[in-house]
Design a protein around this ligand. Structure first.
Ligand SMILES: Nc1nc2c(ncn2[C@@H]2O[C@H](COP(=O)(O)OP(=O)(O)O)[C@@H](O)[C@H]2O)c(=O)[nH]1
Ligand SMILES: Nc1ncnc2c1ncn2[C@@H]1O[C@H](COP(=O)(O)OP(=O)(O)O)[C@@H](O)[C@H]1O
Length: 246
């Protein structure tokens, strides 16, 4: 059976890494792509776990050799996804998860339209700032300039939310973990033909229901307060846009 490529993006500090760690303990057989980056390791990050840490020269050599599926410059550093691990995972029929920014996600969606993309929203700018500050404090270094830069970029990233298949708000952690887990499971049920009416057990139906509520077109009731807090307009659903309804 073909592997599914999941893409997850979120403004820095939204809680994406926290959610992904929880997801990985909830679902089996989901490979995590370890990106290459030119940024310095943060806190207790180890080579090969969070990232492969490389020099700018090494990264540029990978670009020249076409070794990267996508790459982008984020906060002055390069970040990119190696082609090798993805090929390997797919050859073994495994699903893969990419944690990449909105620019990288657009490149992957263009190359692989079947990829399942998920956007994680922080509830408000104030909560995002608090999370960024708490994390910096826990890592022993609060750099106001870094925090300000990440907050400033958040709005631009959130403006891209409507390009993603699923959107969830990371307000209450357990709920967001449940939603993210449901999305991955629901996509697998669809692939395996277990989501068809009459075939889905109660448990499967519950998962499908949770995932459906996170589909971008259905998520407006939950998204609206967060979008408003970031002063980002709600994107019209495709049918409303087509008929000119606003
Ligand atoms: N395009 C792209 N973005 C990446 C990749 N790896 C990480 N990123 C993104 O780079 C941004 C900064 O990541 P990081 O320095 O770990 O900071 P954090 O998001 O605050 O944990 C985040 O938006 C990541 O999703 C990658 O391989 N490609
Ligand atoms: N739902 C949540 N409620 C409260 N704090 C959270 C929640 N999700 C994540 N956090 C905290 O917010 C900070 C940023 O989370 P992190 O996962 O590092 O973000 P990201 O990977 O998106 O940059 C961390 O200190 C984390 O413990």
């Amino acid at each position: 059976m073909a592997g599914i490529l999941f893409i997850i993006s979120a403004p820095s500090g939204s809680g994406k890494s926290t959610l992904v760690n929880e997801l990985r303990s909830n679902v089996k057989d989901l490979q995590f792509s370890v990106s290459y980056t030119t940024r310095q390791p943060r806190g207790s990050e180890q080579e090969g776990l969070a990232y492969h840490f490389v020099s700018r020269e090494q990264f540029e050599a990978m670009i020249a050799a076409d070794d990267l599926l996508e790459y982008a410059e984020v906060f002055g550093n390069y970040y990119g996804t190696g082609r090798g691990p993805l090929k390997e995972a797919f050859a073994q029929g495994k699903d893969m998860l990419l944690d990449i920014d909105v620019q990288g996600a657009a490149q992957v969606r263009h190359k692989m339209p079947e990829a399942v993309s998920i956007f994680v929203m922080p509830p408000t700018p104030e909560i995002l700032e608090r999370r960024l500050r708490n994390r910096s404090r826990a890592e022993g270094k609060v750099d106001e300039e870094v925090i300000a830069r990440r907050l400033a970029k958040a709005k631009h990233e959130i403006e891209n939310y409507h390009s993603y298949k699923y959107v969830l708000v990371n307000d209450e952690l357990n709920r967001a973990v449940e939603d993210l887990t449901a999305i991955v499971k629901a996509e697998r049920y669809h692939r395996e033909g277990r989501a068809e009416p009459g075939k889905a057990s109660d448990g499967v139906q519950r998962v499908l229901h949770l995932a459906e509520a996170c589909r971008q077109q259905n998520a407006a009731p939950r998204l609206q307060p967060a979008l408003k807090a970031f002063d980002v307009p709600l994107h019209p659903a495709p049918e409303a846009a087509a008929s000119g309804i606003s």
